[in-house]
Design a protein around this ligand. Structure first.
Ligand code: ATP
Length: 457
């Protein structure tokens, strides 16, 4: 929060703002919602898309050692045997004998029900995969699972990717997609839901180079969050203890974010060794080795896996960008989104609905829209419209006023400082482009002038 911040962000505040401004709604809202499922509204869908695009750009488009995949959610049931999910992907479940609420035993501090203090049953293992049936007959032979992670789709396509992309080690495969987990306890808004999206990288390396690649990816991933404006003090890498390590992992780190409910995992990073390719070779009977051209030997690559949650990234970005500032007698609520992530980049606001002004503003709107996600708003007073755009995190507002009709200029108002400049309408598109890419507001195009300077900036 800025130095002017007035209040602390609570999850309740965020949930309510997200609903009011069209970021996130409870799923099936008119039926009372569905536990732990969420719908992204008009603003949320843009924010989420921008996060996924920023990730894809950083890990696929801008690199020559990465390719992408989009694999199916339903996979051959043997995949989950090989991966260990059928035998290992379970949490210990306990039930209160009194109120019948269910809990994850490893989340509990003592042996009583956290809700009513009642006695709990012995824990039994509960598999977190959602089961369904393939085809019209509901019998055991037709059971399939909704994938609990996107990673397995990458492992089973390792040979396809090598053969078709001609990538040599070290190289990686990225995938963004839905995953499903029948979590015992959910909550904290979109932090833990039963349907969510992941952004996963499986990076294949020569055994022996895995530790340096692990360090590389940890740094790379932290830098990605920093570049998108997440504050350094709100991120921390945390190494897993020996007891915490998953069955497939040689080493694990969580990248934790300081969410309103406390430090919690945003992304996991694992050195998976050769566990996955070996398992799929055994279970499928197919070779998933790689010919090392230097030694002419067939090797099984090691895998470094940075696995991020899209929804947890959305939540971290929302929390990090949220701010409240005193503004005269009111409080200005705003999101300081990085311009690449902001759902709306520019809002076009005619000062009045008068016909000639509206026509000019609509022309401006039509000119800007192909370049940026742009909104047109001619309701309420200009002050209220600025506040609304602040709450959406829109970096720039363009105001067309009566003087614009005479001098063909419009005002650009910046969200964070509320400073304003006035520029020729013909220079608006290029100027906004430059400002969205990080150029200082007061670098003016020919004919431009500083209009209103709110702060010392
Ligand atoms: P947790 O310990 O919080 O249950 P995890 O260690 O099981 O998470 P991973 O299996 O490492 O999570 O999954 C990789 C990423 O997927 C997580 O870092 C998180 O961002 C996301 N993720 C996992 N489970 C959920 C969920 N139920 N809801 C939202 N995102 C999730």
């Amino acid at each position: 929060m800025s130095e002017h911040s007035t209040g602390k962000l609570t999850m309740e505040k965020l949930v309510s703002l997200c609903q009011r401004r069209g970021f996130i709604f409870p799923s099936s809202d008119i039926y009372g919602g569905l536990s732990s499922c969420w719908d992204y509204g008009p603003m949320g869908v843009e924010l989420k898309r921008n996060i996924k695009e920023a990730w894809w750009r950083a890990v696929v488009q801008e690199r020559d050692d990465m390719v992408g995949l989009d694999t199916s959610i339903l996979m051959h049931p043997r995949v989950w045997d090989a991966s260990g999910h059928l035998s290992q992907f379970s949490d210990p479940l306990v039930e209160c004998k009194n109120c019948h609420l269910r809990w994850r035993a490893d989340d509990l501090q003592d042996e009583k029900c956290p809700s009513c203090g009642g006695e709990l049953t012995e824990p039994h293992l509960f598999n977190l995969m959602f089961k369904t049936f393939m085809g019209p007959v509901e019998e055991e032979a037709n059971v399939v699972y909704l994938r609990p992670e996107t990673a397995q789709g990458i492992f089973v396509n390792f040979q396809n990717a090598v053969n078709t992309s001609r990538k040599r080690l070290p190289f990686g495969i990225a995938q963004i997609g839905k995953a499903f987990r029948n979590e015992i306890t959910t909550g904290n808004f979109i932090f833990r839901s039963r349907e969510f999206e992941q952004m996963e990288i499986e990076y294949f390396v020569k055994p022996g180079t895995d530790e340096e690649w692990f360090d590389y990816w940890l740094e790379e991933r932290l830098n990605w969050y920093y570049r998108l404006g997440i504050k350094k003090e709100n991120l921390r890498p945390r190494e897993h203890s020996e007891e915490e390590l998953a069955h497939y992992a040689r080493k694990c780190y969580d990248i934790d974010y300081n969410f309103p409910m406390g430090w919690s995992e945003l992304e996991g990073l694992a050195n998976r060794g050769d566990f996955d390719l070996k398992q799929h070779m055994t279970y499928s009977g197919k070779s998933l080795t790689y010919l090392d051209e230097e030694t002419k030997e067939h090797i099984i690559p090691y895998i470094i896996e940075p696995s991020a949650g899209v929804d947890r990234s959305v939540l971290a970005v929302l929390c990090d960008a949220y701010d409240e500032e005193p503004d005269k007698d009111e409080i200005r609520v705003l999101f300081h989104f990085h311009p690449d992530l902001a759902p709306v980049k520019v809002a076009v606001l005619p000062l009045s609905r008068k016909e000639n002004l509206a026509a000019m503003a609509k022309d401006v709107y039509a000119d800007l829209r192909p370049g940026f996600m742009t909104q047109y708003d001619d309701t309420q007073s200009i002050g209220r419209r600025y506040r609304r755009q602040d709450e959406l995190g829109t970096p720039f507002c363009v105001t067309v006023d009566f003087q614009s009709l005479e001098d063909n200029q419009a005002t650009i108002r910046e969200r964070d400082t509320m400073n304003q400049i006035r520029v020729p309408i013909s220079a608006l598109r290029d100027t906004l482009q430059a400002k969205l890419a990080g150029e200082d507001l007061f670098v003016l195009p020919p004919g431009g002038q500083i209009w209103k300077q709110e702060s010392g900036g």
